[in-house]
Design a protein around this ligand. Structure first.
Ligand code: TRP
Length: 401
């Protein structure tokens, strides 16, 4: 099946598109079904083993545990690496809120791991234009939020010599190469196609209808002449949450017609809302989210008060029947943030058997998240406007090709 044949959200299925994620099941989205619907591939153990063999580094726990569960052409990227041929990483963020939450970190955590492991350049697109078009924000405010979010991203420690972060509002106006690629993409895609892929309708503004070309353009190395010296044949790997796949199905569809390589992808599962895995964590619902600005006390209160529990309804019942890790939000969050495999395994066993109570499991999570958030705040506070400017200035990156 061609990449672009997947249909958006058949009636009886989970809803997954760039704007909505809703599942009927407390276990969350059926990801195996999604792979079939989107026409991507599962990340098999054998692929991770090959990656480990080539890089000499064990796979990141987000890969090993299947949080990143789906891919397109990842083996081709490994082929390139094996042959010593160049590729680059591309990811992005829509700056719709001042404070980022835990879920927003996931693609950036894996991207950092991939940059460190493969030693490759990285471009990060901040789609302030997108958020202006979709949210009730002024352009000025969307642009400001891009810079605020850039600080959070920089705080994760990306190598400044290998990382270019850009606001669409700034960069598109300054780069004819980028705009030329947008135009080429725009000429390849009809209104009918974006209607099919994204579900746009007749009353959507024309800004939305042409936006997918803007998210597609960074997939092509020729969009960044200051990095790739005008070369148009350097492929990219895009880490993203699976809801972004429609953009890149479209991109992969037009790439050969433009004489460009198709981007490869790895897709993550969603970071569930505190209230349960039926939806993802969303900054527009503060009670569903743990923000990177929350105090120790807020972290504790939110988890204790809101995190959906898979435990028994009383201590006696819990001791007897045990907890259900498949639906328990504290456990789910631990799979994202507790790195120690053995400890995680032990917690699962003890919780499932009823030995460990919900409050105790939540305590483990709280004690991991509080220092993690504190450290993030400190690192973010250390990011100066000068540093932001450095990352966001179009320039050459350290890169052999
Ligand atoms: N549309 C994404 C969002 O709303 C932002 C984004 C742009 C992105 N380019 C990307 C995400 C590439 C992942 C990969 O958050």
């Amino acid at each position: 099946m061609a990449d672009n044949e997947a249909s958006p959200n058949p009636v009886e299925d989970d809803v997954v598109d760039p704007w909505n994620v809703v599942s009927k099941s407390v276990k969350g989205v059926d990801y195996d079904k999604l792979i079939k619907r989107f026409g991507s591939q599962k990340i098999e153990v054998a692929l991770l083993e090959r990656m480990e063999m080539l890089t000499g580094k064990p796979p990141h726990h987000l890969l090993k545990r299947g949080v990143f569960f789906s891919q397109r052409d990842l083996s081709q990227v490994l082929d390139l690496y094996e042959k010593g041929k160049p590729f680059f990483l591309y990811t992005g963020r829509g700056p719709s809120s001042e404070a980022m939450h835990l879920g927003h970190l996931i693609p950036f955590i894996i991207t950092k791991y991939l940059q460190d492991t493969f030693n490759v350049p990285l471009v990060i697109q901040l789609t302030d234009d997108e958020k202006f078009l979709w949210k009730d924000l002024t352009v000025e405010e969307a642009h400001r939020l891009a810079y605020e979010n850039a600080k959070d991203i920089i705080a994760l420690g990306f190598d400044v010599n290998k990382t270019f972060i850009f606001s669409d509002i700034d960069y598109i106006g300054s780069s004819s190469a980028f705009y030329m690629n947008m135009l080429r993409i725009q000429r390849c895609v009809t209104y009918n196609q974006v209607k099919g892929i994204f579900g746009f309708g007749d009353s959507d503004c024309i800004g939305k209808i042409s936006f997918p070309a803007i998210q597609a353009a960074p997939s092509f190395s020729s969009s960044f002449p200051h990095i790739f010296g005008g070369r148009k044949d350097i492929p990219c790997l895009i880490p993203c949450a699976i809801d972004q796949d429609p953009y890149f199905r479209m991109t992969r569809d037009v790439a050969p017609r433009l004489g460009y390589p198709k981007p490869a992808l790895i897709h993550s599962q969603f970071f569930p809302a505190l209230q349960g895995a039926q939806t993802k964590m969303s900054a527009s619902d503060p009670n569903s989210s743990i923000f990177l600005t929350d105090s120790d006390k807020q972290v504790k209160t939110k988890i204790n008060k809101y995190a959906y529990s898979g435990g028994g309804s009383s201590v006696e019942e819990h001791r007897k029947t045990g907890g259900n890790c498949d639906v328990d939000i504290a456990y789910q969050y631990l799979t994202f943030f507790l790195e120690d495999d053995e400890k995680l395994q032990q917690l699962k066993q003890d919780y499932s058997s009823g030995k460990l109570l919900t409050g105790e499991l939540k305590k483990v999570l709280i004690e991991i998240l509080q220092p993690l958030i504190k450290q993030h705040k400190e690192r973010r506070a250390a990011v100066t406007d000068e540093t932001v400017k450095e990352y966001m200035t179009p320039r050459k990156l350290a890169f052999d090709y």
